[in-house]
Design a protein around this ligand. Structure first.
Ligand code: THU
Length: 161
């Protein structure tokens, strides 16, 4: 595992982004490996006939319970939703008293790690703020994974109302 820190100097402000990178997910702790497996399995449930890009997401809650979701596309473009947002909205609707600790993302095809889109990044940050605790984001693919300890790391200078 390599811990990497990127420091960006932007308009005299230091912006620090740190993340863990695992060349081989087999070196991760077992709990994270299991969550990645659940996200991978969830890709099979996707409905993605237009993009042919299947995404699976899985969360582990503080209680230890896990849940998953996949992306669903619609005949009426752009209706349909990413795996991550489908899952987060469901969890907040049903388990708001059990904070999300980790979110794993996987895709098929999987020749590289799958990173959340911009809208999903914003929604993960929204959920972190509402639940008042960070969500680790585990982005997996091609046998490797990158992990940030909060979605805020994926969205510097985050918008706030
Ligand atoms: N997709 C996700 O499910 N999550 C993301 O973070 C990015 C993209 C889905 C949406 C669409 O069904 C397909 O991947 C291609 O964009």
């Amino acid at each position: 595992m390599r811990v990497k820190t990127i420091i960006v100097d932007y308009m005299m402000r230091n912006l620090e982004i740190s993340y863990e990178h695992y060349e081989d997910t087999g070196n991760m702790n077992v709990v994270d490996q299991v969550l990645i497996s659940e996200a991978q399995a969830a890709t099979e449930k996707a409905n993605a006939p237009y993009s042919n890009f299947r995404v699976g997401a899985a969360v582990r809650l503080r209680s230890g319970r896990t849940f998953h979701a996949a992306n669903f596309e619609s005949e009426v473009f752009p209706a349909g939703l990413c795996a991550e947002r489908s899952l987060l909205f469901f969890i907040e609707s049903n388990y708001a008293d059990d904070p999300i600790e980790s979110l794993a993302i996987a895709s098929v095809p999987s020749e590289r790690e799958c990173y959340p889109c911009g809208q999903c990044r914003q929604v993960i940050v929204d959920v972190e703020r509402r639940q008042k605790s960070p969500i680790r984001v585990i982005m997996s693919g091609a046998g490797s994974a990158t992990v940030v300890d909060s979605a805020e790391k994926l969205l510097p200078f985050t918008f706030k109302l």
